[in-house]
Design a protein around this ligand. Structure first.
Ligand SMILES: Nc1ncnc2c1ncn2[C@@H]1O[C@H](COP(=O)(O)OP(=O)(O)OP(=O)(O)O)[C@@H](O)[C@H]1O
Ligand SMILES: [Mg+2]
Length: 259
C-alpha cells in the first residue's frame, strides 16, 4: 500500500483492476467464443485476416449487432463504430442479422456509427475522432474494415515501405491507446492473397524488424471449409493457447455448426 505513491501496484491489485474491466462480445458461435476465452475482448486490438469471401466482413457485422445485446446474452448493451475503407458496409445485411436475434433493426442500425473513409487521410481523421465519439456515446466496439487497404495503395514500392510501416505503427498506436483508455474492443480486418500471412510477420519481415509486433494484439485467421463452413484459427494471443474452431455463415449470421 505504502508504495502506491511511487506509482506501483501489486500483481494482485492489477488482476483485480483489469479482470473486472475486461469484457467480451459474443461472436454468435459458442465454439468460436470458447476459442477466444469467451468472445472478442475489450481493452485490446483483434486482427482478423483471410482471403476474399472468407467472411471477415460478415464476422464484424455480427459483432456490431452482438455488442448491443445485454450482457447475459453475450453483449455489452453498447454501440459500435464502423470505419469502412472498402465500401462493403451493408445495413440490409445487418438488419437481417438483427431480426434473427429479435432485435428492432431500426434501433440496431441507429446504434452503429458509420464512416466511409475514401483515403488514408480520411481513415486517420475518422480514427482521431473516435475518442470523442466513444466518450459521447456508449461505444464499446470499433471496427476498421479493412485496416491496411489505403496503406497498401497509397505507399508504393520498397522506398515507401519504411514510411508506410511508421504510419501504420502510429495508426495502431492510436487504436491501441483508445482500446486501453476507453476499454473498447477494436477489431480490424486484413486481406491476404494466396499465402497465409499476417500483418506482422509479412510486413515486419519486409522492413527487417518487428516494429509492429510490440502492439499487443489477438490475431485470427479465417479460411473456407465449404460453401458456408469456415475454420477460424487463433494464430496469436498474449495469453490464450493457439487453436481452431469451426462456424457457419447463414442467413441469420455467424452461427455454430448444427450437429
Ligand atoms: N445473407 C447471407 N446469407 C448467407 N451467407 C451470406 C450472406 N451474405 C453473405 N454471405 C456469405 O458471406 C461470404 C462473404 O463474406 P465477406 O464479404 O464477409 O467476406 P470477406 O472476407 O469480407 O471478403 P473480402 O476480403 O472480399 O472483403 C460469402 O461467401 C457468402 O456466402
Ligand atoms: Mg470484406
Amino acid at each position: 500500500m505504502e508504495n502506491k505513491d511511487l506509482g506501483f501496484m501489486t500483481a494482485h491489485e492489477f488482476l483485480k483492476k483489469y479482470s473486472s474491466q475486461k469484457k467480451r462480445i459474443t461472436t454468435g458461435s459458442k465454439s468460436v467464443d470458447q476459442l477466444l476465452g469467451g468472445g472478442i475482448e475489450t481493452g485490446g486490438i483483434t486482427e482478423i485476416y483471410g482471403k476474399y469471401g472468407t467472411g471477415k466482413t460478415q464476422f464484424v457485422f455480427q459483432l456490431c449487432v452482438n455488442v448491443q445485446l445485454p450482457e447475459k446474452l453475450g453483449g455489452l448493451s453498447s454501440k459500435a463504430a464502423f470505419i469502412d475503407t472498402e465500401g462493403t458496409f451493408n445495413p440490409l445485411r445487418i438488419k437481417q442479422m438483427s431480426q434473427a436475434l429479435n432485435l428492432d433493426p431500426s434501433v440496431t442500425l441507429r446504434n452503429i456509427y458509420y464512416k466511409k473513409a475514401l483515403s488514408l487521410d480520411d481513415q486517420k481523421k475518422a480514427t482521431n475522432n473516435l475518442k470523442e465519439l466513444v466518450e459521447r456515446e456508449n461505444v464499446k466496439l470499433i471496427v476498421i474494415d479493412s485496416l491496411i487497404n489505403y496503406f497498401r495503395s497509397e505507399f508504393h514500392g520498397r522506398k515507401d515501405l519504411f514510411r508506410r510501416q511508421q504510419e501504420l505503427k502510429k495508426h495502431l498506436h492510436v487504436l491501441n491507446r483508445l482500446s486501453l483508455t476507453e476499454n473498447v474492443a477494436v477489431v480490424v480486418t486484413n486481406h491476404v492473397m494466396d499465402i497465409p500471412d499476417n500483418l506482422f510477420e509479412k510486413e515486419a519481415v519486409a522492413t527487417g524488424g518487428h516494429i509492429l509486433a510490440h502492439t499487443p494484439i489477438s490475431i485470427l485467421h479465417i479460411r473456407k471449409a465449404g460453401n458456408t463452413k469456415r475454420i477460424i484459427k487463433l494464430v496469436d494471443n498474449p495469453y490464450l493457447p493457439v487453436g481452431e474452431a469451426a462456424f457457419i455463415i447463414t442467413q441469420e449470421g455467424i452461427r455454430d455448426i448444427p450437429y
